[in-house]
Design a protein. Structure first.
Length: 266
């Protein structure tokens, strides 16, 4: 599957200051991870900045619970917010780990490229990819982002959002081809069909000549946390071919969901 080329904007004047602040904040987290706890004075010395600068950085990190003060001792340690970030990363790694043997099997059975994606703000993010034997080229899209409304993976990831959540996730519906859904009513209708069928299709919606089919991967709570898809040229993934391969995609995604604990049978 391909994705729209990301635009590159010139660096604006003054951008170095916030980047420096981010670098210093990360250094604080690394320092606390290494030392266990430190005072403002020690942190300032480690950064090579004035105590007031270190204090402002710590105050910002504290708001996000990435650091916390130890009682009234004026010393800081890592906060519980880091556990939330680590948990999110672990969850994604779990999906890739559990899905890998299944995606390899699906790629072997269909001959098509298999992708695993998760939602990342207004995009779908590639976590893993396995190329099938019929793939025309082996371009690795891991780490790339694709539109939610114009791809089968994206449609799956937003299929169970409320209308309010959908508005927040997709304030705009840009057109990529003549087949891209660009109206809110059209998208809602399409997502209702995704919920009814249990899978999503995207035919020539992101790129002319590209077809994909995706199914949801659910957590042990039943929430959609990722999607699995096959993709290939439209001339090969005809309706007849989709009728054969879509059940395989749905079955594979269900297997990964079971591996993650959803509807696990004893």
């Amino acid at each position: 599957m391909t994705t729209a080329q990301e635009s590159t904007a010139p660096v604006e004047a003054g951008v170095s200051a916030p980047v420096q602040s981010v670098d210093r904040a990360i250094t604080i987290l690394e320092l606390l991870a290494r030392e266990g706890e430190s005072s403002v004075t020690e942190i300032a010395a480690g950064l090579g900045v004035h105590k007031s600068t270190a204090f402002r950085l710590l105050a910002t990190l504290e708001v996000h619970r990435l650091v916390e003060q130890i009682n009234d001792r004026g010393r800081y340690r890592l906060g519980v917010g880091n556990l939330r970030l680590a948990g999110a990363t672990t969850a994604r790694l779990d999906v890739v780990s559990e899905a890998r043997p299944v995606t390899r099997q699906l790629a072997s059975e269909t001959g098509e490229t298999v992708n695993i994606t998760v939602r990342s703000e207004e995009s779908a993010l590639y976590l893993d990819q396995v190329a099938g034997s019929s793939a025309l080229q082996s371009h690795n899209w891991v780490g790339q982002r694709i539109p939610l409304h114009a791809t089968s993976n994206g449609k799956v990831l937003i299929s169970e959002l409320s209308e309010e959540e959908l508005d927040a996730a997709l304030p705009h519906l840009p057109r990529f081809t003549d087949h891209t859904i660009t109206s809110r009513s059209g998208l809602l209708e399409d997502l209702a069909e995704v919920r009814r069928l249990g899978y999503a299709l995207a035919v020539d919606e992101l790129e002319a000549g590209l077809t994909a089919a995706a199914a949801p991967i659910r957590s042990h709570h039943g929430d959609i946390i990722a999607s699995m898809s096959i993709s290939g040229p439209t001339f090969r993934l005809t309706q007849e071919r989709l009728d054969e391969t879509v059940p395989l995609v749905v079955s594979a995604a269900l297997e990964v969901s079971h591996r993650l604990g959803w509807g696990r049978r004893s």
